[in-house]
Design a protein around this ligand. Sequence first.
Ligand code: PEP
Length: 256
Amino acid sequence: MRRKIVAGNWKMNKTVDEAVDLVRSLKEKLAQGPVDDVDVVVCPPFVDLVPVRDVIAGSKIGLGAQNMYWEDAGAYTGEISAGMLLSAGCSYVILGHSERRQYFGETNATVNKRLKKAFAAGLTPIMCVGERLEQRQAGITQAVVEIQVREGLADITADQAKQMIIAYEPVWAIGTGVNATPEQAQEVHRFIRELLAKMFGEDTAEAVRIQYGGSVKPDNAAELMSQPDVDGALVGGASLKAESFYEIVRAASQRS
Ligand code: PEP
């Protein structure tokens, strides 16, 4: 049985002080509730990583970044390396978020370079895939997702793939308040798992955790995550408040 994983993508939100407040409240809430069967990860902006690391020290909250460059060091103004993320306490890194693809020109090929570097460095990648509205309407959701998965995971071994997380995030559901229905999410998650089975074998496909992302809220989280192939959530807006993020973690837990 795959362990559920709920990650908060804070995007470009929270100053250092705000980040510390948020993660302190979250830590307190998580300490109250019986949710130790869920992996909980927060992904703040880069400048917040170290102060957040210091607050979550000794707790089970994992730390992730929202992006990373594939080179080790050098003249890459504005970029951040895997080594820097590790030194700031990260274990996870989100790669290929649709906002990175839409606004910053990321492609499946550059996502693949980042993914290889993340694996080489020992970071767990959360690779995002998902179709835009017009692609869903044109009936090409599976074709789009297949290319993203195949090209994003080019030259990745089964042992590496097993450790990663894929986030299925339909672009039309991100930040819109319109989530995919549990059935729509399950259909694409099942498709991704079958694709992984073709690429890496059944064992690997069964091990990979596939999160759903796109307007996950406390009131829709349980139903989405009760689908057999939905192994957790990547949460944007609702991760910016400790209460709503905690409620989503509780929805993922079998113990609460
Ligand atoms: C996201 O940014 O990954 C996301 C899913 O955002 P939201 O939950 O706000 O739709």
